[in-house]
Design a protein around this ligand. Structure first.
Ligand SMILES: [Zn+2]
Length: 380
């Protein structure tokens, strides 16, 4: 793969200041500083690219005019009485904060920049860690996501005649992206997530396979709480490579939420950095060209380590486990990879495995025939 680009602008850090714990500014800054300490940005094969704000026309490729206007006004402290209608509230997932329109358009601009660089073959892979707003809908905010930078970036790629596959490894179902392309075969969406029976947004069952021309092009692999590295990677291997290889996308777009980690406070999946790296290596192998965005992750030290590992894989660099002294002194982290695994009893592991087997079997039965693939029994 050719060069890699890391899309970064301190302007996206503003988002954090008012978002409280969930999107603490440190998520992106820690990641950037960690990669800098590893000297991951050198001019030859890995560059930092500063994004520009997306235009209103960009936003309108997916969002309604009504909604875009409302976000603009809320951002200036106007029309706040209507906030609830668009799913904003101070006590929910989507608080209004000053300049949120500007910050959100910069985030969207980052994902568009990543899509542009990759589609024009300027780099083989581009990573916008501030992106990943996979829940946002055309007309309202959802699950910390104001604008859906992923849908807007994919629409841009489609407008250039490219074929796109999307893989979402966030612990939450990628509902907003799935819904945007639910009736078309021009985007294959695959989401692995903790089952919606216990986790927001409640969707993402294998039965959700698309409608009309999109039938068979929405793929959902729900997983039980406490699913570990081994079962997660097994489920991934059963489904994703076969579908992507048969679909033959020009570009792979991935949402790289790191809230699947076992110490993430908002979810109950039980991955380690080893499992996360395992998925990233697989994504790299599958991606002809690669647009990557961030996503969830609510334990700052985990997010920084996971996304640094992800970018290391994108630039083909095995980052040493020992964290450079300059970073360790500032942020107190010593090792890049986990030193402890989650403690799971064998019954919990077996239950999670059985749940994954049911999901995988259902996807094979429901989706594989649309791709000329054999809905064969499970490979163990
Ligand atoms: Zn998430």
């Amino acid at each position: 793969m050719k060069e890699a680009a890391f899309i970064y602008d301190e302007g996206t850090l503003l988002r954090v200041a008012t978002d409280g714990i969930t999107f603490s500014p440190t998520r992106l800054e820690y990641t950037y500083q960690l990669l800098k300490a590893y000297r991951a940005f050198n001019k030859r094969d890995s560059v930092i690219v500063v994004p520009q704000k997306a235009s209103e026309a960009d936003l309108l490729t997916f969002h309604t005019k009504d909604y875009v206007e409302a976000v603009k006004c809320f951002s200036r402290g106007e029309r706040l009485g209507e906030a609830l209608r668009f799913n904003f509230s101070d006590c929910g997932d989507n608080p209004v904060y000053p300049e949120m329109y500007e910050v959100s358009t910069l985030i969207v601009g980052g994902s568009l920049k990543a899509a542009e660089l990759v589609s024009e073959d300027k780099v083989g892979v581009a990573f916008n860690p501030s992106g990943g707003g996979h829940h946002a809908t055309p007309g309202h905010a959802s699950g910390f996501c104001i604008f859906n930078d992923i849908v807007i970036a994919i629409k841009y790629l489609l407008s250039r005649g490219l074929r796109v596959a999307y893989i979402d490894i966030d612990a939450h179902h990628g509902d907003g992206v799935q819904d945007a392309f639910y009736d078309t075969d021009r985007v294959l969406t695959i989401s692995l997530h903790e089952t919606g029976r216990v986790l927001f947004p409640g969707t993402g069952e294998p039965l959700e396979i698309g409608v009309g021309a999109g039938k068979g092009y929405a793929v959902n692999i729900p997983l039980a709480p406490y699913t570990d590295d081994e079962t997660y990677l097994w489920a991934f291997d059963q489904i994703a490579p076969k579908l992507v290889e048969s679909y033959k996308p020009d570009i792979l777009v991935t949402q790289l939420g790191s809230d699947t980690h076992h110490i993430d406070p908002m979810t109950q999946l039980a991955l380690t950095t080893e499992g996360y790296e395992g998925v990233l290596r697989r994504l790299r192998r599958l991606a002809p060209r690669w647009v990557a965005v961030g996503g969830g992750g609510y334990e700052v030290s985990v997010v920084a380590r996971c996304w640094a590992l992800a970018y290391g894989i994108m630039i083909d660099r095995e980052l040493p486990d020992e964290i450079p002294r300059s970073y360790e002194d500032l942020y107190g982290l010593k090792r890049l990879r986990d030193t402890e695994r989650p403690h799971l009893d064998s019954q919990t592991k077996q239950q999670a495995r059985r749940f994954a087997e049911e999901s995988v079997a259902a996807v094979k039965r429901l989706v594989f025939p649309y791709h000329g693939l054999n809905p064969c029994p499970l490979d163990h």
